[in-house]
Structure formats: C-alpha cells, structure tokens
Design a protein around this ligand. Structure first.
Ligand code: ARG
Ligand code: GLU
Length: 655
C-alpha cells in the first residue's frame, strides 16, 4: 500500500517535473542548476554553457545595442536579432527611393553591407562574484548607508579599471544582485563595426503589427541580420573598409529538426528588469493604481493618434513608430493587471508575508515588513504623481519641443498634439491633487475658462508653451523627484534585508536574482496554454495561419504578393512560423537565441503572451509563455523572399 502510494507520488513528480520553469539564472553559476536542466532534457554540461577557459555558448551571445540580445550564426560574424531590435537602424538607411523598412534589405555581397555608426555589440568575457572586494572596508553597524554607497563605488571603480586595462574594447561593470547582497563583475569586449546584412519587409518582420503584439496565435517574422566586423587582429575597431568579418570563439549550429510539445528549450540572453521579491504593497500599487491609470491615459493618446492616422497615409507614416512605442507598454500593462488579479498575487504575497512574519519574530528581521509597508505608504502618492507627470506632461510633444530636448519636426502633426494636450492636461488637472501642481499651473488655470482655450495660447505662443513646460519640469524634477528618489533609496536598503531574510526563511528554495540586463539562462519546454475557459492554444503556428490572416485592406495583415504566390504553389501550408515555450523571459530578451537540448539554435525569442506578462512580478506556470520565431521560418524567408540563400552557405546545420 505504502509502496504504491510512494510510486504514485514518484510518477507524478516524474511526469510533471516541468511545472515550475520560473527563473533567470546566472551563467557562471549554472552548475547549480545543471542537474535539474539535465533531468528535464538538457544534454550539455555546465562548461558547454559557460566557461572562461574554453569556448562555450556564452561566446555566441551578445548584448545587441543598448537593450536587445543577438547571437552568432556563422564563423564570419553573422548575427541574428529581432526585426524590432534592428528597426531603428533599418529606418536610418531608408529613404523614399530605398524604403528598406517597407521592402526589406538584402546585401548581395559583403561590400553592400551597411555600417551603423553608434551600434555596438558586447561579448561577455567573464563574470565573477566580487562581493567581498566591493564591500572591503565597509563595517556594518558602524557605518551608515551613505558610507556604504561611497565604499561600493570606490571599490567597484578600482575593479573595473583593473578589468579593462588591457584595452582592446574591454568594458566592465559591477552589478548589484539581490538588492546589493551580492555583487558581480562583468567584463565585456565591445565591437563597434556592426553592419546590416538583411531584413525582411515590415509586412513580414512586423506582420500582425500592434493587433497581434503580445498575442498568440502569432505569425511575426521578427528577425534581422547583421555582421560584426573587426580589425585584422580580430579585435574591436572603428568602422573601416579594411575591417574584416569577426571570427567568433563560438557560433551556434542550427537545427532544422523542428520543435514539438514537451521539447526542452533554453534561452540565453539579457533580460532587462523584473521585481519578483517585492512586498504585496508594491504589487497592489502596480495592479490597482499604476497600471490602470497609465492604461487609461494611453488609451486616450492612442485613440487620438489612430483617428488621424486612419485619415492620412502621410500621418500614418509619421506616427507609426510613436504609436507602436505607446501601444507596446499599454498592451503589456493590460495583461499584467489582468494576470495579477487573476492569479491573486496580492493575496498570495500577503499570505506569504503572514508566514514570514511568524518566522521573523524575535529575529533581526522582525520589523522589515512593517518598514516596507510604511515606505510604500509614504511613497505611493508621490510616485503616482510622478508617473502621472510622465504619462501626461512629458507625453505632449509641444511641451517637449520647447524644453530643449531633441525633437524631430519631420514626424510632427500638430492636430494630434493639440487634441492630446487637451485630453492629457484635463486628466492631469482632474486626477491629481492641487498639491502636486506648481503655482504657475494653478494661477494660469484660473485665468482660462477651458483647457481648450489654454491650448490655443500654448500652441500659438512659444513663450506660453515654455513657461508651462518649465514650471512643470522644475516642480517635478525638483521637489517631487528628490523625495521619490530618497524614498526609493530607503526601499532598496530595506529590500536588501528583506531579500536576505527571504533566503533564510526558505533555505531550500533556489533564488535567482532579479533581471538587470545581465546575461542569464532561462529553461523550460515547448508548451501551449489555456488563455480562458474552454480554449487551448497549441504551441506551434504555421504559414497557413498567415494566409488565413492575410488581407490587403488591413495594414497589419497585408503580406507581400510573392508570399501569396509561393503559398499558392502548394507544399508550404505546414511551414512553421512561431512557437511557445515556458522559458521565463522579459524585455531585453528580444533577439535571444532559443536552443534545444543539444544547444543548437531552434528559434529567436521576441515576445511573451499577454496573459503571462505578470511574470515580471510573479511567474504563473499555467500562462507564462515566451514567443519565439522558428529558425526554419527565418531560413525560408531568407531564401524565398530575400533570394539571399547564399547567406545559408556560411551557416552550420546539424540536422
Ligand atoms: N512586444 C514585444 C516587445 O516587448 C515586441 C515589440 C515590438 N514593438 C511593437 N510595438 N510591436 O518588445
Ligand atoms: N519584445 C520584448 C523585447 O523587446 C520581449 C518581450 C518581453 O517583454 O518578454 O525585449
């Protein structure tokens, strides 16, 4: 009896060992996870993933630009990233005669590859725990936080200086993990001659546009191709015609064997920011105040933009990139708000905090929860005002234009901005207490019958616009920001204790540090999900779905005629396009390689599903899914649409 029971438990565990795929792990410490990864299917060793003594997968992954990931796919410096990561560079090379955004771009040979001043990629040379060195000289209890900050800075500067003294494009940073309970030194080599090699037309690379963004089923061919160039010594060099393609220590082999439900996958990249260990009050603020208010403000802005974009093709071109920027976070927040409510994250955190409180009684951590709650109470109203200012005042182009910030008049359409001014300033005035408005604003407001009338003056007179902008900026950038900043510092400090306490409270649990754009490994498996009752989403999408969505009258779904023609010839119905997996990712993971159990490239990460965006605060294994582009769709587009099949000659295929 007992035996059967144990066997059942064991089987249950063996059958569902994949439930909790939460976590973004530090590559240098991957040996702590490797047994679990191997149990779930990985066939590699820890040294295959990260090593400083031999070539390992880390040498094929780069931080692309300032906030994306890319991966090396040939021994001649060829790199894949997302279309939306290359977008700005593709746009800069585009003109009316050569609209590479619209038509795509394919270099037919190396001499046609286009340089991108300012674009860099960073390879990680090594990362190491430097906590003791960073805190050298700090005496807890005897020194205060200001002293600690000074010591950390001084020691970090010294470490960074030593780390880069060999020059040759070396860059170093010291990053705080677990709210400063641990410090890691990261040493990179930065290459600065990175050229555009290929990009599909936006009708493929941005297929589905804002309509499909954050959604499944998805069919976006979100990739672009670059090449890293180096000096003759293979070291970083400024752009020069004499530079040669960079030879990486490691490039990824490509698997064309495909994915199926249950397959092990891992993502190697640079997730930007998460807050997994915060107090319930933080989640309450985000899900009940911040998200809903910011969503409402952006809904108004998007409606105004859309109205004018629908009326004019010229305005649509001017505002499409701005629209995308506003819509991206707007949509993510909706998923996050909904997900946090559905998963009852506030209540779950509160229950956890009640247990923690019991445990912490009589320890040095007994007050930490109360202190956090108190700090949030102090901070929230101020922070709300500050967020409101950002989403209203700072989002009005007229006010930005006169404040001396860089502004591109080429993409400006005044009727949109005028209507936005009235809507946003009315919201600002109505929804914020007068205590959060500068005297100039209150006095001026009293002079006008309506926001409409005030708007006329702000748009007619540069002086009026500047006076308003300056008054608001001075007020928010001054007293408000400095108070918010000092409360945030106290929060950080308190979280340092709370983080350590949580680790002592649950000594069996494996904690991963919150994302901070440092290199991480997330692992999971291919799996669909249930977005709502009675619906199951399968994890693989195909070209058939693109044709189902295809509609020449809908901008987001209007595919190139060549793609229609190819499909009509038959045989491509099952061409895979995107797939879902349970890897824990976030913004910054865009462009990250998605690898199979053998460490071969099967896809590129580019998004998450809407219902799962709460994973920046709490990972729900039922709905948190990352969305990847199947590498076989990339190859298909390169060959069939780009007619650039020669690029495949330098790639290495394993199956
Ligand atoms: N949602 C993805 C990400 O967060 C894709 C963004 C591309 N931009 C867009 N607005 N569609 O970055
Ligand atoms: N598209 C996001 C990025 O640019 C990735 C999506 C996410 O937030 O997971 O990094």
């Amino acid at each position: 009896m007992k035996k059967t029971f144990l066997l059942t438990v064991f089987l249950a565990v063996a059958l569902f060992p994949l439930k909790a795929d939460e976590g973004m792990w530090l590559p240098a410490l991957i040996s702590q996870r490797i047994t679990d990864m191997q149990a779930k299917g990985l066939k590699l060793s820890a040294e295959d993933i990260y090593s400083v003594n031999q070539a390992s997968l880390k040498d094929a992954v780069v931080l692309f630009g300032s906030g994306c990931t890319g991966e090396l796919v040939s021994d001649e410096g060829l790199l894949f990233t997302n279309h939306h990561c290359g977008y700005g560079y593709i746009q800069k090379h585009s003109s009316v005669e050569h609209d590479y955004l619209k038509d795509g771009f394919w270099a037919l040979n190396r001499s046609q590859e286009l340089p991108n001043p300012g674009l860099t990629v960073r390879f990680l040379e090594r990362m190491e725990d430097v906590t003791d060195l960073v805190l050298k000289g700090y005496k807890p209890g005897k020194m205060d936080e200001a002293d600690r900050i000074k010591i950390v800075k001084k020691n970090s500067d010294k470490l960074k200086e030593q780390a880069v003294k060999d020059g040759n494009g070396l860059k170093a940073s010291v990053e705080a993990l677990y709210y400063g309970n641990q410090y890691f030194l990261f040493v990179f080599r930065e290459y600065r001659d990175v050229r555009l090699v290929g990009a599909p037309p936006s009708s493929i690379g941005k297929f589905g546009g804002e309509t499909d963004n954050w959604m499944w089923p998805r069919h976006t061919g979100d990739f672009s191709i670059f090449r890293i160039y180096a000096g003759k010594d293979n070291m970083p060099a400024d752009y020069s015609e004499d530079n040669v393609p960079y030879t990486p220590k490691k490039s990824l082999k490509i698997s064309r064997a495909g994915v199926k439900e249950g397959d092990f996958t891992f993502v190697y990249g640079c997730p930007g920011s998460t807050q997994e260990y915060v107090h319930s009050e933080a989640v309450k603020y985000i899900s009940q105040v911040s998200d809903p208010e910011k969503i409402a403000l952006r809904t108004m802005r998007l409606q105004i933009m859309k109205k004018y974009m629908d009326q004019s093709q010229a305005v649509r071109i001017q505002y499409s990139s701005k629209y995308a920027g506003v819509a991206n976070a707007w949509k993510k927040w909706q998923g996050e708000e909904k997900g946090l409510k559905k998963m009852k994250t506030v209540a779950t955190k509160q229950a956890y905090e009640a247990r923690f409180r019991e445990w912490a009684r009589g320890t040095q951590y007994k007050d930490v929860l109360d202190n956090l709650a108190y700090l949030y109470e102090e901070r929230n109203a101020l922070y709300r005002a500050y967020e409101y200012y950002n989403e209203t005042v700072r989002s009005i182009e007229r006010l930005r234009m006169v404040s001396g910030r860089p502004f591109d008049m080429k993409d400006y359409y005044q009727p949109i901005d005028e209507e936005t001014f009235v809507a946003l300033m009315e919201a600002f005035d109505k929804n914020l207490d007068d205590a959060y408005k500068p005297a100039y604003f209150l006095q001026k407001r009293a002079e006008y019958d309506s926001m409409e009338a005030w708007k006329d003056d702000v748009f007619a007179s540069e002086e009026d616009a500047r006076a308003l902008s300056d008054a608001l900026d001075a007020f928010f950038a001054g007293p408000i920001v400095s108070k918010v900043r000092s409360l945030n510092e106290s929060l950080q400090l308190t979280y340092r204790d709370y983080m350590r306490a949580q680790m002592e409270f649950e000594p069996e649990k494996a904690f991963y540090p919150d994302a901070n754009l440092t290199l991480r490994v997330a692992y999971g498996h291919v799996e669909g999900y249930r977005p709502a009752d009675a619906i199951y989403y399968h994890p693989v999408s195909t070209l058939r779905g693109i044709i189902e969505k295809d509609n020449p009258d809908i901008f987001d779904y209007n595919i190139p005629q060549t793609l229609r023609d190819i499909y009509a010839q038959g045989g491509h119905e099952d061409q895979p396009v995107c797939f879902l997996a349970t890897n824990h990712t976030t913004g910054g993971n865009s462009g990250s390689p998605v690898l199979n159990a053998d460490g071969n490239l099967i896809g590129i990460n580019f998004d998450r599903v809407w219902e799962g965006t709460l994973s920046d605060l709490a990972f729900d294994p039922d709905v948190c899914r990352n969305i990847s582009l199947d590498v076989r769709y990339i190859l298909f587009i390169i060959k069939e649409i780009g007619h650039a099949g020669y690029l495949l000659d330098e790639m290495c295929f394993v199956d």
